[in-house]
Design a binder for this molecule. Structure first.
Ligand SMILES: [Zn+2]
Length: 485
């Protein structure tokens, strides 16, 4: 436990007060029962001498502890990016989230990160207390447990969707971990309301505070007509994945600190990826404390942090869609960009089978690569920028998935015509989820911060690192400034 990023006294206080702000930041092993718990577990608390603390669920599992059936560690918010001390671990976790360790194991993962497998293992042990394969295994297991508890999928489908390959391996892993069969676990779970075919409802926990309304307002202002819809407090987006259509909907749950996610999609094998993308879009893994501690040092931000604690970084469903939208937003108002986006979708998007006001899927890069974009009233320069982006994506030169070298990715993006500093930083912020991205040339940021040049603003923003993207959101939110995209 020497590698625990938190002081054990902090863990102890968080455990005894069942503090939800620490949910997922560490796990508690109960020595008597051999079970590991979240900081919020409702079970009676043990004496301090009978517990130990782990930096991750995988570390607790590797030490031989079983997940608690009451607090369900699989439901805790994800490992926060305050691992920031090791960017490599954060990127590795993201890659494991996207594709598990299915394609090639630790060696391939390390290769993609540009380091050796032994070094990657060492970093994982240092920051998470568990090896990459243990982390991947725990994630798979946790997702399987979620599917058992929260859906009516057949066990064969659960095995497949959670990446176990065959039912025998899945059964063995579940029995080994929970000392119960999958069917017994499902019986224990609360009665699941029967949902229409291919429809799933999940709960995603967030660490409080979480400014849901600001998140929704931000997305509503920029919602692309037909592809996204915000109404009655919920956000919807159409999905196109592996040649299948669907949609998802996110709203604030009735349970505290929970987002409700409804997914309509025909292939349960894609659920993991869909949920992982939604988690990122809604910045579920973020940890408020270090962000607030850093930004509070700026007097102008301090009052806003107090007024609206827990602002999150709105991500996106699809990187190409976001980047296209960012180009459309150059030199026009948000409203102007929204109406251009609507026309783009109606002219080049595929009609969607989803309901609820989602009439289209966002146009594919293959279509925009050769489309007559000026026909929707787009200036020639921006039409060309979108076309070049679409072509680069089609050629595989730009790939928004599994970005491991962010700087190289942004350099390639900036080489395209019509994509400057503002656009690359905006894309880094919302498509890559980079907490330190900062479009210093943004008119809204300049206005809200009262700085008269991007350079002056950059200099002031040095103090906000590595959370400059959150500072940007506070400035945009202050009412004095609006972002362009
Ligand atoms: Zn528990």
């Amino acid at each position: 436990m020497g590698n625990l990023p938190l002081d054990w006294r902090v863990c102890s206080r968080a455990r005894l007060s069942r503090d939800p702000r620490f949910d997922g930041k560490f796990f508690i092993g109960a020595l008597n029962s051999g079970v590991y718990c979240r900081s919020i577990c409702p079970a009676p608390t043990c004496k301090e001498k009978n517990v130990c603390y782990f930096p991750s669920a995988a570390a607790a599992a590797e030490a031989g502890f079983r997940p608690c059936l009451r607090c369900r560690p699989e439901c805790s918010p994800g490992t926060p990016a305050w691992l920031g001390t090791s960017n490599t671990v954060t990127r590795a976790l993201r890659l494991i989230g996207e594709s598990g360790l299915e394609d090639g194991g630790v060696e391939v993962l390390a290769g993609r990160l540009g380091i050796g497998a032994r070094h990657l293992r060492r970093l994982f042990l240092k920051h998470l207390g568990a090896s990459p394969s243990a982390v991947a295994h725990t994630r798979r297991l946790h997702f399987a447990k979620k599917l058992i508890d929260e859906t009516t999928l057949s066990m064969a489908h659960v095995a497949q969707a959670s990446g176990f390959g065959c039912v025998r391996r899945f059964n063995a892993a579940i029995r080994n971990t929970y000392h119960r069969t999958p069917t017994q676990i499902r019986r224990l779970a609360r009665q699941i309301a029967t949902l229409p075919e291919n429809e799933y409802v999940f709960k995603l926990r967030v660490r409080p505070p979480y400014q849901w309304k600001s998140m929704l307002d931000f997305l509503a202002m920029r919602a692309t007509p037909g592809v996204e819809a915000v109404e009655h407090g919920s956000y919807r987006h159409s999905i196109f994945l592996n040649n299948l259509q669907g949609y998802f909907e996110v709203s604030l749950g009735q349970d505290p600190d929970t987002l409700n996610v409804r997914i309509l999609f025909a292939d349960p094998r894609s659920l993991f990826l869909i949920i992982e993308r939604i988690r990122r879009m809604f910045d579920v893994n973020a940890d408020w404390e270090p962000i607030a501690n850093r930004l509070r040092t700026d007097p102008a931000l301090r009052s806003q942090l107090c007024a609206k604690p827990g602002l999150r970084l709105p991500g996106c469903w699809d990187g190409f869609e976001l980047a296209t939208r960012a180009i459309l937003g150059q030199q026009v108002t948000v409203k102007g960009a929204t109406s251009l986006a609507g026309r783009l979708v109606r002219s080049f998007g595929v009609p969607s089978s989803a309901r609820n006001g989602l009439t289209h899927l966002f146009p594919r890069p293959e279509v925009l690569a050769d489309a007559k974009l000026i026909s929707i009233g787009l200036p020639a320069s921006r039409a060309e920028a979108i076309q070049c982006l679409a072509r680069a994506v089609c050629r595989g030169e730009i790939n928004f998935d599994g970005v491991t070298d962010q700087d190289a990715f942004l350099r390639r993006l900036a080489e395209l015509p019509g994509i400057g500093q503002w656009t690359t930083q905006y894309v880094a912020m919302r498509a890559l989820g980079e907490p330190d991205a900062f479009p210093a040339g943004d008119i809204g940021l300049l206005r809200a911060s009262g700085m008269n040049s991007p350079r002056a603003l950059e200099a002031r923003a040095e103090k906000w690192r590595p959370w400059r993207a959150y500072a940007a959101l506070y400035l945009w939110n202050s009412g004095h400034g609006r972002s362009k995209a």
